[in-house]
Design a protein around this ligand. Structure first.
Ligand SMILES: Cc1ncc(COP(=O)(O)O)c(C=O)c1O
Length: 447
């Protein structure tokens, strides 16, 4: 078959894919109490499936042209030194910590070094700290922002402290002025976990461009998806080769996929105790992993990236609609607060019930109306069964953390929610407090 034939068949298939999308994925009409209102989900049109089909027909499978394109887009977006695609946000955190532990890095982290991190966290933000035999030092978070309290971070610093690892909770940027100042003053590495925060800004700059390294998740719940996927954003030149090596089996060679001899001396190296001329492709300067996604995932990511600005705007809009709709419930709910320099690309709408006995009832009330909610990460991670026997230090009291665990939850704001869905969520949440005895009199007097 000639190339022209193959190309025209491909175009026919891709045109069919567009037709298929229209028939198979049309948006369904929202029916209150019957249609599920998810807390998050993938939002896509024909272009994601077209890209996926294109990558499937090409059948390159491993990271290729789509992967390179997406890495370029992310690098530009963050104005970063490099962006490495990985197969999840969890892998991104593993790679970020692995990079900081590289023996080829000056001031690399060593077993027993302390890493300050909030106790309100996601399990795989914490896990690589423990897996690298570092000691997590847990600090409390702030009421309303759900982010690490910078004063607690400052007070927790000891002679063994070497790094700070912080998630921007539910897309809400941490106080980066304070964290950067602390990191500079005490020579600490800073890792921003931006898995929930792609597109959020602080002082007009994207979060993820402040820390030494930052991580993204492209799981479907997030600002853009690759199905499974994520990325490490590298903001220091010296990390590039280290991070790429650890992601790619630990190899010393930095050739792009399908390329050989980028260094110009593939058979001229002598490293470690290897014989001179041992093929550079098979020299390992790290005990690494293979954390790469496939090019099919990257192909979906490329199409999603084109929609990112719109997705972020819709998330902000949905957030505002919820905030305005629920304003009357100030007496019952602690609403999210934001640093004056921050503009979150919200992952969710976090609330904490002031009255500490009603969360479970509210969650079930909403579930009965097919409205999904989620807990705020792992709550106080120290209370999770996985933490039994894990070496750590706690700085101060974790009062806010415990309140978040017992009384916090979040509602969805993702771009797949229509105004009618958001209004229904507002009506049901308000209805819950109206239905409760305390709530009814307060709402009546406020209206
Ligand atoms: C803050 C944070 N870090 C890391 C992750 C892990 O990302 P992934 O699910 O892609 O592994 C998540 C997941 O939602 C997250 O919220």
């Amino acid at each position: 078959m000639s190339t022209i034939d193959a190309e025209s068949i491909k175009q026919e298939i891709l045109a069919k894919v567009r037709d298929y999308f229209k028939q198979a994925h049309e948006r369904k009409v929202f029916v209150p109490f019957q249609t599920k209102i998810p807390y998050a989900g993938r939002v896509f049109d024909a272009e994601e499936i077209v890209n996926l089909a294109d990558a499937a027909l090409e059948f390159w499978l491993t990271l290729g042209r789509f992967g390179q394109e997406l890495e370029r887009k992310l690098k530009t977006f963050f104005d970063a030194r490099d962006a490495l695609l990985v197969n999840s946000g969890s892998s991104a955190n593993l790679l970020a910590l692995g990079t900081l532990c590289s023996p080829h890095l000056d001031r690399h982290l060593k077993p027993g070094d302390e890493v300050i991190t909030p106790a309100v966290t996601f399990p795989t933000t914490l896990a690589p700290i423990v897996q690298h035999q570092l000691i997590p030092v847990f600090v409390d978070s702030e009421t309303g922002t759900y982010n690490v309290d910078p004063q607690q971070v400052a007070d927790a610093i000891s002679p063994s402290t070497r790094a700070i690892v912080v998630p921007h909770t539910l897309g809400n940027p941490c106080d980066l002025d304070a964290l950067i100042a602390l990191a500079k003053r005490h020579e600490l590495w800073l890792v921003e976990d931006c898995c929930d925060a792609l597109g959020s800004t602080f002082d007009g700059r994207h979060v993820g461009s402040f820390g030494d390294l930052a991580t993204l998740s492209c799981y479907p719940a997030h600002q853009m998806t690759m199905g499974e996927g994520g990325a490490v954003i590298v903001n220091r030149q010296r990390f590039i080769r280290l991070a790429r090596s650890i992601r790619d089996w630990g190899r010393d060679c930095w050739c792009a996929p399908g390329v050989s001899d980028t260094c110009g001396k593939r058979f001229g190296w002598q490293l470690g105790e290897l014989p001179l001329g041992y093929d550079h492709k098979y020299i390992y300067s790290h005990l690494g992993y293979n954390l790469r996604p496939t090019d099919l995932q990257a192909a979906v990511g490329c199409a999603q990236f084109e929609k990112l600005d719109r997705f972020i705007e819709q998330r902000r809009r949905n957030f505002r609609r919820l905030r305005e709709g629920l304003a009357i419930l100030e007496e019952f709910l602690i609403f999210p607060s934001v640093h004056p320099k921050a503009d979150p690309a919200w992952f969710g709408f976090p609330i904490t019930l002031r009255n500490g006995t009603q969360r479970s009832a509210l969650v079930q009330w909403l579930e009965a109306a097919k409205i999904e909610t989620r807990m705020i990460f792992a709550g106080n991670i120290l209370r999770q069964p996985a933490m039994a026997g894990v070496r750590h230090r706690v700085h101060g009291q974790l009062r806010v953390t415990d309140k978040v665990m017992t009384d916090g939850l979040f509602l969805g704001v993702y771009p797949g929610l229509s105004d009618a869905m958001i209004d229904f969520v507002v009506e049901r949440v308000t209805g819950f407090f109206q239905a409760s005895r305390v709530g009814r009199s307060a709402i009546v007097s406020a209206t």
